[in-house]
Write a new protein. Structure first.
Length: 563
């Protein structure tokens, strides 16, 4: 490809909303252009990278027996109503105005629908179905460029199985394929235990890169033995004590005490004797959650315990229901609430909590004696520095960007849509499903996040738009251009992708800057002075290392470097 006629609109300035490096570099190097908030056009250079990523994904999916489909982006809303996901996705789901259709944000419904109509026997199973296709999500805050778009390309795959062992196998195959895909794309990634969120199902893992630009938070053991999304992470923390004797409960006046710290100071007690109450709506029912001391309630954990969306209760409603303000709420004598408590408080006594009366607390609460706790669960958010669950390491908290997510769905969708198969004995069972996603744009952006310098992008060979950036330096010399033209043909005829900066009216400095910005792995520089000695310069973009090669040996050298 010749730069003089190729559409690569590079720019020096980036828009104000481009705050992360990958977003800035993708605009500057002419890979993408925004059309509207969270909606991007992929320009020719960028699309070459996307195609390469898609090909790697396709090869690895085919290698585990995946069969490629292409499902429609337009789905009947009825199908989504049947699985309850019109509600679960809420505003994130795009609805079509003049037809009962939605724009699909993922394709579990369509896959289950096909299986329902076309799979009847255990003999038809297992299946691995995948596609590389556009998804639509009305993301509330599209930002970070293509990392969070309202339209994006996903590789989504689905396993259909007759047994739970089959599901485990399909899940493991995907985990292995994902490792290969991200490794081949030159990414430094890690895998974390994750929450299943609106997808439903049991086990799930996310593949991430570490990045301050990430919207996910991960707890990681310093020795690498553990990593989990903060939404599900746990640690080894000591439980509250159970004292031998539970003293009689009594009320204490605690004027102007609003926070746990103030309460601990006022009563001169340890934090682990305090049971903090946090109140949420879980559907129509108020839920009081008891946390130890200053432990922070983890909403994602609460949501998976409740099995539905939760939201903090409004201050006025809380007062209506309990007769007290937030700082004085407690579990004793509370009617009409579900009471949940964090595992740390299981069986605890000698606790202090709100008395459901402004400015009063109760002392010597015994959770077994004085109230009914409907369930103890792991509900706390882990903190940096806590001991990892194997007791051997400390946890650190890092930010990450999710590249991919694999889920064991189970029978959630087959139950909802009545997707059955007949087993060996002719008995009907729901098909067991798994679902697995990778963001194609995210691979591109994450690669740039991990592989750039002050001058621009540094592409890995595997997904670089071109392997070689050929530069003809010196606008006057026709010899230089002649030689560069010859080399261009030679390299291209060998099947190597080469971008040729054949522009005549551009200064060498400008050409070098552009080459560094665009980031092809190798720059082949044809200049007058070297050419006079029969030599050509090759520069490696990543290291900046330069070598001089005899004209006749250039192709051979490039072949060697790319091997
Ligand atoms: P996130 O937690 O970042 O919102 P998600 O959990 O909604 O992502 P999945 O439904 O698991 O994502 O989708 C599978 C993959 O699709 C993700 O791992 C991610 O790589 C990609 N993806 C999801 N949402 C977007 C988006 N808005 N823009 C670009 N890629 C996305
Ligand atoms: Mg996810």
């Amino acid at each position: 490809m010749k730069l003089s006629s190729y559409f690569i609109p590079t720019v020096k300035e980036v828009p104000n909303d481009a705050v992360i490096v990958s977003h800035q570099l993708m605009i500057r190097s002419g890979l993408i252009r925004p059309l509207s908030s969270g909606i991007y056009c992929w320009l020719p250079l960028g699309y070459r990278v996307m195609l390469k990523v898609m090909e790697i994904v396709r090869e690895e999916m085919n290698a585990i027996g995946g069969q490629e489909f292409h499902f429609p982006g337009l789905n009947p809303v009825e199908l989504w109503e049947q699985t309850g996901r019109v509600q679960a996705f809420g505003d994130t789901l795009f609805h079509i105005k003049n037809r009962p259709l939605v724009l699909a944000p993922t394709h579990e419904e369509v896959v289950a629908w096909i299986a329902k109509n076309h799979i009847s026997s255990y003999r038809d199973l297992p299946q691995i179905w995948y596609q590389i296709q556009t998804k639509f999500r009305n993301e509330p805050r599209p930002r970070s460029g293509v990392l969070r778009g309202r339209q994006f390309i996903m590789k989504d795959s689905y396993t259909l199985d007759a047994s739970w062992e089959g599901l485990d196998k399909g899940y493991d195959l995907h985990a292995e394929a994902y490792r290969k895909i991200f490794t081949r794309c030159g990414l430094k990634f890690f895998v974390v235990g994750a929450s299943s969120g609106a997808m439903g199902g049991s086990a799930s893992q996310e593949f991430m890169i570490e990045s301050d630009a990430g919207e996910d938070t991960v707890a990681m053991a310093e020795d690498g033995s553990y990593a989990a999304n903060l939404e599900v992470a746990s640690s080894l923390v000591p439980p509250a004590k159970r004292y031998e004797v539970s003293q009689p409960m009594r009320e204490v006046h605690t004027p102007n005490v609003k926070t746990i710290d103030q309460l601990a100071e006022f009563l001169n007690v340890d934090h682990n004797q305090l049971a903090k109450s946090v109140v949420y709506w879980g559907g129509e029912r108020p839920i009081l959650v008891l946390m130890m001391g200053n432990d922070e309630l983890n909403e994602a954990k609460l949501m998976s315990v409740v099995g539905a969306e939760v939201r903090p209760i409004e201050a006025e409603r809380l007062q209506d229901l309990t007769g007290a303000e937030g700082g004085s709420i407690g579990p004793v004598g509370l009617k009409g609430f579900t009471i949940l408590a964090d595992n740390r408080l299981e069986g605890a006594n000698e606790l202090i909590s709100g008395a459901n009366k402004n400015d009063y607390h109760l002392m010597h609460i015994d959770l077994r004696r004085d109230c009914t706790v409907d369930g103890y669960h792991d509900l706390r958010t882990v903190q940096a520095g806590e001991t990892s669950t194997n007791g051997k390491s400390r946890l650190k908290i890092v930010h990450g960007i999710e590249l991919g997510h694999i889920f064991k769905l189970g029978t959630k969708y087959s139950d909802a849509l009545n997707v059955k198969f007949l087993d060996v004995n002719g008995k009907e069972y729901p098909i067991i499903m798994g679902s697995y996603g990778i963001g194609i744009e995210r691979i591109v952006a994450c690669h740039i996040e991990q592989s750039h310098d002050g001058d621009g992008i540094i592409w890995d060979k595997s997904i670089a738009p071109f392997q070689v950036h050929l530069i003809a330096v010196g606008s006057k010399s026709s010899k230089v251009f002649e030689m560069a033209e010859n080399l261009y043909d030679l390299i291209q005829d060998d099947g190597i992708e080469v971008l040729f900066d054949d522009r005549k009216d551009i200064s060498p400095g400008f050409k070098f800057k552009d080459a560094d910005l665009l980031g092809m792995p190798y720059q082949v520089i044809v200049g007058e002075r070297n050419l006079a000695q029969g030599k050509i310069e090759i520069k490696e973009r990543r290291t900046g290392e330069r070598i001089l090669v005899e004209v006749e040996k250039v192709l051979e050298k490039i072949q060697q470097l790319l091997a």
